[in-house]
Design a protein around this ligand. Structure first.
Ligand SMILES: Cc1cc2nc3c(=O)[nH]c(=O)nc-3n(C[C@H](O)[C@H](O)[C@H](O)COP(=O)(O)OP(=O)(O)OC[C@H]3O[C@@H](n4cnc5c(N)ncnc54)[C@H](O)[C@@H]3O)c2cc1C
Length: 572
C-alpha cells in the first residue's frame, strides 16, 4: 500500500489495551519512546480484567525475599519435560531470563504491584516443578484513584462479584463466608460491605478491585500517570508498509478513517481469536467448543491482520489451540446466559465426581482446568463426554459452593428452576433427569465411594498431586479430595469445554518480532499476548501461564522497539 497522508505520528502503535498491550506501551514510555494504544472497545483490560491476574514468573525476586526459593534452571527443566519439544528458537529461555527482570522493572518504576502468592503449586508433579515461589498476584487496587476514569476499566463477570458489584479476592472469600464465626471476620466483612455501599453512591461498582481487575486498573493508572494516550473505539483496519517495514496503520476510530504513522513499529496485542468462529474451527479440536470466557471484542483481528501481512501460524505445534477451562452456563438476573469457569474452587473438593455420557468418570477431577478439558476431549473419542456432569451431594454445595453458587447456599430452588443444576433425591432419579443410565451411574458412584473411603483413587489418582491437595480440603482425611457421595438429595451441574485464552497465534522471535514464511523477522511488526504463538505449545505448566508471558514478551517488544533489546540468553 502506498504511503498515505498521515493524520498522526507516534513511535510505537499498540493495538489492544489488554495485558500485553498495556505492558508494552508502559515499558515503551519508560524507555523514552512515544507509544499510542488503540483499543477497539470503550474500556481497557480485555480478558485480563475478568481473570485471576496471577502471573507465573519462575525465579522472581519478591518471592525469594519472602522466603520462597526457586530457580529459572529448575523451571527450564520442568518446561522441557512438560512441553517435550526442544526450545530451538530460545523463546522459553528468553521468557525465563526476562520474566524476573520485567517484574523488577515494572514494580520499581510504576504502580503495577504484585504480591508473592507463596504456596501455589505448579500443575504437574515433574522434575523441576515448584510448589511455591513462582506465582504472584496483583496487589489490591483502589479504583477511586482513577476518579471518573474508573468506568474505563472493564468489570469482572457478574458471577465473580457479590451484591451486584463487589469484588472478593481469594483471601476475602473465607472471611466473608465465616463472618459470624469470629469478631475479626465480622469486622473485616463489615468493613468491606461499608466501603462497597459508600462506593455505590458514586460508582457503578465497588472500587476495591482485586485479581485481574486490579492488574488492569494498575496498568491503566500507570499509563495515565505517564500520559500515554489510549484511543477508545479504535482499531487498525490495515497495516502500512514501506520498503518491507511496517510503518503505520489505517485505523477506524469512532467511524472515521485515520492514518497513523508509527516510526518504530506496530504491536499486535488484540487478545487472540476467542470470538472468531472460523479460527476456532481451524485451530481447536472437534467438536469446536461453543463457548468462551474471552473478552467479546477479542475477535482474532490481530492474527488476521498479521496473516494478511506476511505473518504465519503453526497450529501443528500449538496443541489444542487454547488454554482450557470447563464452564457451566448460568442464567443472569437480566435473563441472559453467563459462562462460569470452574477454575479451582469446586472440582478438587472432596465429594464431587465428573461423569460423561456413559455415566463413567473420565478424569482426575482435581487436575488443572486445562487438563480437565483435555481429558474431556480424550474421553469423547470413545464415549460422549462433551458436555460432562459434575455430581455431588446437596451438602457439598452448602459446604464448598458449586460453580457460580456460593458456599453456604442451602436453597437450590432458583438454580434448579433456571436449569443451572439438576437435583434429585436418589442417584437413579438424577441419572434419569440427565438422560444417563441409572445403573451405570450407581456403579460409578459405588466404586468411587469405596475408593474414597480408602482414600485412594485407583482409577485417576485424585488427591495424589500437589495441585490436587492444594485445592482440596485439608481438613478432610485421609484424602483431601475424596469423600463418599451417599446421602441425597444429589446435585448435578453440566460443564462444557471453553477457553480462558487462545494459544495459537503469530509466530515470533524472542523479541516478539513477527516472522514471515522465510522465518525472518518482518521489520516493524511485533505481536505479544495471545496474538503471539504461545511458548507453552499447548501445555499449561502453572498458575499465570498466559499473563506471565504476555507481560514478559510485552516488555521485550518495548525494549526492542526502543532500541534497547534485551540480551538473548547464552546459547540462543
Ligand atoms: C476467568 C479467567 C481467569 C484467568 N486467570 C488467569 C490467570 O490468573 N493467569 C493467567 O496467566 N491468565 C489468566 N487468564 C487468561 C488471561 O486473562 C488472558 O490470557 C490474557 O488476558 C490475554 O492477554 P492479552 O493482552 O493477549 O489479551 P486481553 O487481555 O484480552 O486484551 C486484548 C485487548 O485487545 C482489544 N482488541 C481486540 N481487537 C482489537 C483491535 N482490532 N484493535 C484494538 N484493540 C483490540 C480487546 O478489546 C482487549 O481490550 C484468565 C482468563 C479468564 C477468563
Amino acid at each position: 500500500m502506498a504511503e498515505p497522508r498521515w493524520d498522526e505520528e507516534v513511535d510505537l502503535l499498540v493495538l489492544g489495551a489488554g495485558a500485553a498491550g498495556m505492558t508494552t506501551a508502559l515499558v515503551a514510555s519508560l524507555e523514552g519512546i512515544e507509544p499510542l494504544i488503540l483499543e477497539k472497545s470503550e474500556q481497557v483490560g480485555g480478558t485480563m480484567s475478568t481473570s485471576a491476574g496471577t502471573i507465573w514468573i519462575p525465579g522472581n525476586e519478591p518471592s525469594r525475599a519472602a522466603g520462597f526459593e526457586d530457580s529459572a534452571e529448575d523451571a527450564a527443566r520442568y518446561m522441557d519435560a512438560l512441553i517435550g519439544r526442544p526450545d530451538t528458537a530460545g523463546l522459553r529461555a528468553a521468557y525465563l531470563a526476562t520474566g524476573p527482570e520485567m517484574l523488577d522493572f515494572i514494580q520499581h518504576k510504576t504502580d503495577v504491584q504484585f504480591v508473592p502468592s507463596g504456596k501455589h503449586p505448579d500443575y504437574h508433579d515433574m522434575p523441576g516443578a515448584a510448589i511455591s515461589g513462582r506465582a504472584l498476584a496483583p496487589a489490591t487496587f483502589d479504583g477511586r484513584l482513577l476518579g471518573a476514569e474508573f468506568r474505563r476499566v472493564r468489570p469482572p463477570i457478574p458471577e465473580f462479584m457479590v451484591l451486584g458489584g463487589m469484588m472478593a479476592g481469594k483471601e476475602d472469600i473465607p472471611r466473608l463466608i465465616n463472618r459470624f464465626k469470629s469478631p475479626g471476620n465480622f469486622f473485616y466483612a463489615g468493613g468491606l460491605f461499608l466501603r462497597y455501599l459508600t462506593d455505590r453512591l458514586r460508582h457503578a461498582r465497588g472500587t476495591r478491585v482485586v485479581m485481574g481487575n486490579a492488574l488492569a486498573a494498575r496498568l491503566f493508572h500507570s499509563l495515565r500517570q505517564r500520559g500515554v494516550p489510549i484511543h477508545f473505539g479504535a482499531s487498525a483496519r490495515e497495516l502500512v508498509f514501506e520498503n518491507g517495514r511496517a510503518v503505520g496503520a489505517v485505523v477506524t476510530r469512532e467511524g472515521r478513517t485515520v492514518h497513523i504513522r508509527a516510526r518504530r513499529g506496530v504491536v499486535i496485542a488484540t487478545g487472540g481469536y476467542g470470538h472468531n468462529a472460523s479460527l476456532r474451527r481451524q485451530f481447536m479440536p472437534a467438536p469446536t467448543p461453543p463457548m468462551t470466557v474471552a473478552c467479546p471484542t477479542n475477535t482474532g483481528d490481530g492474527i488476521e491482520l498479521g496473516l494478511r501481512h506476511g505473518g504465519t501460524v503453526q497450529p501443528q505445534f500449538q496443541g489444542p489451540g487454547a488454554f482450557w477451562t470447563p464452564v457451566s452456563v448460568t442464567r443472569r438476573a437480566d435473563g441472559s446466559a453467563g459462562v462460569f469457569p470452574h477454575l479451582s474452587l469446586d472440582r478438587a473438593k472432596p465429594g464431587l465426581i465428573a461423569v460423561n455420557g456413559a455415566a463413567r468418570r473420565f478424569v482426575n477431577e482435581a487436575d488443572s482446568y486445562h487438563d480437565f478439558v483435555q481429558a474431556m476431549y480424550a474421553a469423547h473419542a470413545s464415549a460422549p463426554s462433551i458436555p460432562a456432569h459434575l455430581i455431588c451431594e446437596k451438602d457439598f454445595v452448602a459446604r464448598y459452593g458449586l460453580g457460580a453458587i456460593h458456599p453456604g447456599t442451602t436453597n437450590l430452588g432458583r438454580a434448579e428452576r433456571d436449569g443451572y443444576v439438576v437435583v434429585a433425591p436418589t442417584l437413579e432419579e438424577l441419572a434419569r433427569k440427565l438422560k444417563l443410565d441409572p445403573q451405570a451411574l450407581r456403579a460409578t458412584v459405588t466404586r468411587y465411594n469405596e475408593m474414597a473411603r480408602a482414600g485412594k483413587d485407583l482409577d485417576f489418582g485424585k488427591g495424589e498431586k500437589e495441585l490436587n491437595r492444594f485445592n482440596g480440603d485439608p481438613r478432610h482425611e485421609p484424602n483431601p479430595c475424596m469423600r463418599p457421595i451417599e446421602h441425597g438429595p444429589f446435585v448435578a451441574m453440566t460443564v462444557w469445554p471453553a477457553e480462558i485464552g487462545t494459544s495459537t497465534g503469530l509466530v515470533t522471535n524472542a523479541d516478539g518480532q513477527v516472522l514471515g514464511q522465510d522465518e525472518r523477522a518482518i521489520p516493524g511488526l511485533y505481536a505479544c499476548g495471545n496474538d503471539m504463538a504461545s511458548i507453552m505449545a499447548g501445555s499449561y505448566p502453572g498458575p499465570g501461564t498466559t499473563l506471565g508471558p504476555a507481560m514478559t514478551f510485552g516488555y521485550r517488544v518495548a525494549r526492542h522497539a526502543a532500541g534497547r533489546a534485551c540480551p538473548l540468553p547464552a546459547g540462543v
